[in-house]
Design a binder for this molecule. Structure first.
Ligand code: ACO
Length: 399
């Protein structure tokens, strides 16, 4: 008689690993951006970011991200026309924005107003990919209008309606300043929009995907992402960079010394006190962020053109000190470091830096929302319980 060996016991399931900050955990698949943090590579759909910044436009880059291919001329024209047709806000939104307190923080205003847009959309809840894509396009087109409208309102200036003959970048600057920007300034801003469009599963993008995974609506996902982006460890860092540069200048004035002499003790003091230098370090990049490499050259060019090299020189000096002191830890400039000086050089206000980041990143967030909807699985990680067990309930009178 032959006997069959009993099946080998299956290996015990590996215990789930706790990774604070989810570092290194792959939580989604994407076909949009690729990052190699060791080599300092960023590609959108396989195309190096540097190539796109030099040769593409924001509109074309958004088409690329959403369709995972470059458009033909006719496709780009149609896409651009659709975007422009959505620049205008729904009736009632301008009054809503103008009813905001003038001293409101622009990011709080933006988060609230993107959420408010849902109330003007009878079909706000659609989570079918094509329908959600149309909403994303409209919200992307309307975000610059919201930001410019609010900025003019707080300055006591009248709302400037969008112009459909202008690009995304040029139209924003036109609505903000009431004058069409020069080609060079519009192009500089367009490049900033390209560089900020998408960046893997960063915190705000993850937030958008997590919200989408409950089959909530596009407005909710984008509103949540804006809330995430404004934190100083994420998109809020570009404002903090300018604050820091301002503090260095103020210190130089106070001490009656040239700025260059104050930079070294200022940065060293912060590092010794274990304070963070804003615009440096990244969870993924352990070398210079490729967007910062591009923006560095670019901000030097703008600073030279505008005859204001002071901030650029200060930034280069900080970069050299940081490379010497903490370069070995893989802490290098991130996108926020040189984007701050670039935005400043083209005359943009400090508290609009993060809203402008959001304005561009709505394209990346939306692409991820559509990817999430196409094959959705609810995000529901586990928490490791580290509290007590079998504790006794003590009635309130006895506590
Ligand atoms: N300045 C000085 N030291 C830093 C910095 C910094 N900017 N960033 C990290 N470090 C140091 C930490 O003190 C720590 O040192 P230790 O090991 O001796 O204690 C080490 O580097 C690792 O730091 P973590 O916080 O563990 O690294 P993490 O990957 O979590 O941080 C982060 C990434 C949050 C971006 C961080 O580098 C930081 O706070 N940077 C400043 C804020 C900033 O510029 N944010 C924008 C990021 S880009 C974006 O979101 C668009």
């Amino acid at each position: 008689m032959t006997t069959t060996a009993p099946p080998a016991p299956s290996a015990p399931a590996a215990a789930p690993v706790f990774k604070p900050g989810l570092e290194g955990i792959i939580a989604a698949e994407t076909k949009m951006s690729f990052i190699d943090g060791e080599k300092g590579v960023l590609e959108y759909v396989g195309i190096p970011i540097d190539d796109l910044a030099r040769n593409s436009t924001f509109e074309e880059t958004v088409f690329l991200l959403w369709n995972r291919r470059l458009p033909s001329k006719a496709e780009l024209d149609t896409f651009t026309a659709e975007l422009r047709a959505n620049y205008e806000l729904p009736a009632g939104m301008v009054q809503r924005i103008e009813s905001c307190p003038k001293d409101a923080t622009p990011m709080h205003m933006l988060r609230t107003m993107v959420s408010a847009l849902s109330m003007y959309d009878a079909d706000a809840d659609t989570v079918e990919v094509a329908g959600a894509g149309k909403k994303a396009l409209a919200i992307l087109a309307q975000t610059p209008t919201i930001i410019a409208c609010f900025d003019r309102h707080r300055r006591g200036e009248k709302f400037v309606a969008p112009r459909k003959d202008l690009s995304f970048a040029a139209n924003f600057l036109y609505m903000l300043n009431g004058a069409v920007p020069t080609e060079a300034v519009a192009r500089a801003f367009d490049i900033c929009m390209i560089l900020h469009a998408d960046h893997g599963l960063n915190n705000s993008t993850f937030t958008a995907r997590v919200i989408t995974s409950t089959l909530s609506d596009v407005y909710s996902a984008l509103t949540g992402a804006i809330g995430s982006l404004r934190g100083p460890l994420h998109g809020g860092a570009n404002e903090e960079v300018m604050v820091m540069l301002g503090e260095i200048e103020a210190e130089a004035k106070k001490q009656g010394k040239p700025t260059a002499e104050v930079v070294e003790p200022f940065i060293m003091g912060r590092l010794q006190r274990k304070e963070r230098i804003m615009g440096f370090g990244h969870r993924v990049y352990k070398t210079i962020d490729p967007r910062a490499t591009f923006l560095k050259t670019f901000s030097k060019q703008i600073a030279t053109d505008t005859g204001n090299l002071k901030l650029y020189e200060m930034s280069s000096q900080i970069e050299a000190i940081m490379a010497r002191e903490v370069g070995a830890k893989g802490i290098y400039p991130n996108v926020d470091f040189y984007s701050a000086t670039t935005y400043h050089s083209i005359g943009l206000k400090l508290d609009l830096f993060t809203p402008m980041f959001a304005m561009s990143r709505i394209s990346g967030w939306s692409g991820h929302i559509l990817e999430q909807l196409d094959g959705n699985r609810l995000f529901r990680p586990a928490a490791k319980y580290v509290g007590p067990h079998a504790a006794k309930y003590v009635p309130i009178a006895q506590r």
